[in-house]
Write a protein that binds this ligand. Sequence first.
Ligand code: TGC
Ligand code: FAD
Length: 393
Amino acid sequence: MTDPTGIVSPDELFAVDSLLSDEERDIRASVRSLVERSFAPRIAGWFESGRIPAAELARELGDLGLLGMHLHGYGCAGTSAVAYGLACLELEACDSGLRSLVSVQGSLAMFAIHTYGSEEQKERWLPEMAAGRAIGCFGLTEPDFGSNPSGMRTAARRDGDDWILTGTKMWITNGSVADVAVVWARTEQGIAGFVVPTDTPGFTANPITSKLSLRASVTSELVMDDVRLPSSARLPGATSLRAPLSCLNEARFGIVFGALGAARDCLETAVDYARTRVQFGRPIAGYQLTQQKLADMSLEYGKGLLLALQLGRRKDAGLIRPEQISLGKLNNVREAIAIARAARTILGANGITTEYPVLRHANNLESVLTYEGTSEMHTLMIGQALTGESAFR
Ligand code: TGC
Ligand code: FAD
């Protein structure tokens, strides 16, 4: 709704609501309300302390049906991809760490089990994970294999009917608070996925505490030292690297929307600040250089949102291609980080504190730029689609 002063928000400038269904607007409003009521008042403290009440957050997110929300059955809400994207946007408007918790739970760990798991695995884990009573993580990256997971060293070998899993995964979101880990490993038959309860002997998760980014998110190293698993722990439908890479499409899609949430919060903060901060006798909002920054930030935010909605509609129609998700992830994270940095300049010295969210968002977005495929990887995926030439190797 338009402000009595005639001021419009960036969403209103682009008339975004006219592109959404009633259900999508309702879901967006519910998530925004949860964020404002429960998370926003506490986020700066979590970021500063580097600690989050993960179990409590998972329950709250599960109660609202946000975990695995675009999956069908097994206690999942079965919403549209666009609705899921809008939920990611609202969560990331608070903090990228909250969106990460939801992305990894729903789009990586639950999606892997939902798509490649046995009926027994789905029944055992998905309803608990959808409710937030069980937390999942997804172990693909290793210390020496980030952008190139095909080189992974984590291996699983047969011992009678069992599997023995050995190796180290690095930078794993939710790792040390997870009840279940989806772990990708090399086998004699190719790359396979395993559903590993984290209390299995030989499995250890070590928190990574030295982060300057995504401090309101748990990131861990997973060490598997001869973890013995029954035959039923293997994801039967996952037979090559294609399986984990297909899971990444889901999480990357959430980031296409999510990053814009961080951008919107920075933009709104900058507008509010500029209207009240007086220098040289006038609000800094009245200076052309400030207005140019705000206009450019709004333009990139709105263009990113239109791109996200186009990709969301393609996904809902079952027509989206991985390189299209790369377009969205590359553009929207790159522009979100630029918006966060521009907002920081408008706030001057206040912009470097946790009293305002802008540098927290900018720092978080450094991780978002790197995880789920670095900006360079997505550039190369688009380049490959345009030319037919692979420039990865
Ligand atoms: P390549 O030979 O290209 O592909 C192997 C097989 O996979 C297929 N494929 C895909 N399928 C579905 N979706 C995709 N996006 C796919 N990309 C590739 C491909 O068609 C092939 O299938 P097939 O049947 O012919 O065997 O494999 P490559 O080794 O050359 O690698 C390609 C590359 C560089 C694109 C891939 O390795 C890559 O995406 N690297 C980036 C790694 C990455 O993004 N890691 C993310 C880890 S998870 C994470 O960061 C979570 S962050 C927390 C949060 O989300 O909040
Ligand atoms: P590298 O692959 O070593 O890349 C370093 C630099 O080299 C980058 O700029 C990269 O773009 C560039 N580069 C590499 N290869 C090429 C090339 N061929 N051409 C041009 N440039 C190249 N992983 C998981 O599996 N699960 C998780 O839950 C998870 N959560 C994460 C949470 C956080 C906070 C972070 C920071 C990371 C997380 N990751 C997770 C890991 C993430 O996916 C990797 O960090 C990412 O894939 C990049 O790998 P890397 O850090 O090893 O960088």
